[in-house]
Unconditional design. Structure first.
Length: 128
């Protein structure tokens, strides 16, 4: 199974936040699951740190991703092609790109964002 983490799911995993549900925790901890973190999520974290909306150290996050064996996903032309075909149902550009990546990579998208159910992406929500 391939599981692409939404930015909040990544942050919840890193901080051991209870908002990340038991099923998602189990999947992320399972070495048989390929955990994917998009560069878009790392970019979003840096943007939120710079604007004062989040306190985090991107260098430390990068170290943890390596230690945990998470795959880092760059942005490709296939992702942009998928992104261009998506309807604009809400305004978060980071979410749009992550959705396109999950679809393009045939990955399940781990997100608790209620807007995600409006898109044609396989979801792993925290309560599932």
């Amino acid at each position: 199974m391939r599981l692409l983490l939404d930015t909040h799911a990544l942050l919840w995993w890193l901080t051991d936040d209870r908002r990340l549900g038991r099923r998602a925790r189990t999947l992320i901890a399972d070495r048989a699951t390929d955990i994917i973190v998009g560069v878009a999520s790392l970019w979003e974290i840096v943007v939120k740190v710079r604007t004062g909306k989040l306190t985090a150290e991107i260098a430390e996050i990068e170290k943890v991703l390596v230690r945990e064996g998470f795959q880092r996903l760059s942005i490709t032309s296939a992702h942009l092609d998928t992104l261009a075909s998506l309807p604009v149902l809400h305004r978060d550009p980071f979410d749009h790109l992550l959705i396109a990546q999950a679809i393009s990579e045939d990955a399940i998208f781990a997100s608790d964002d209620r807007n995600m159910t409006r898109y044609p992406v396989l979801l792993q929500r925290r309560g599932a």
